[in-house]
Write a protein that binds this ligand. Structure first.
Ligand code: 5GP
Ligand code: ZN
Length: 114
């Protein structure tokens, strides 16, 4: 979609640090790392938020998450856990309106994300 920053990232018009990619999803490091390895998982198909998902798209995105979580754990072996966050619409603090799932690695006491 025109003027969508995450569509531009998928199309490599804007650079990103790729974590994972296949024909359905793209995962890349969030520009604001709330903890080390903070990653966004997005469908390649532009949808604004979860209200626009059909079951197939939900399957595409959400079934990939365990694999991407394990890839993060392999890259950051000191991580101890993970928050999975998905904001939908402005009132829920969504700021980029191409649906995305945050994977936020947790490192125990030394990380200050709460
Ligand atoms: P939201 O608040 O919509 O759930 O999260 C949007 C996220 O997108 C934010 O964490 C923000 O840091 C990230 N973000 C916004 N613009 C860019 C960008 O150009 N590149 C990357 N890698 N992340 C971005
Ligand atoms: Zn988009």
């Amino acid at each position: 979609m025109e003027n969508c920053i995450f569509c531009k990232i998928i199309n490599q018009e804007i650079p990103s640090y790729k974590v994972y990619e296949d024909e359905k999803v793209y995962a890349f490091l969030d520009i604001t790392q709330v903890t080390k390895g903070h990653t966004l998982v997005i469908p390649k198909k532009h949808v604004s938020d979860v209200f626009e998902y059909d079951e197939e798209l939900a399957t595409d995105v959400f079934t990939r998450i365990p694999k991407i979580a394990r890839a993060l754990e392999a890259a950051f072996p000191e991580m101890q856990g993970l928050n999975i966050v998905n904001n939908n619409r402005e009132v829920a603090y969504q700021t980029v309106f191409h649906s995305h799932v945050h994977l936020i690695p947790r490192y125990g006491k030394e990380d200050d994300f709460s």
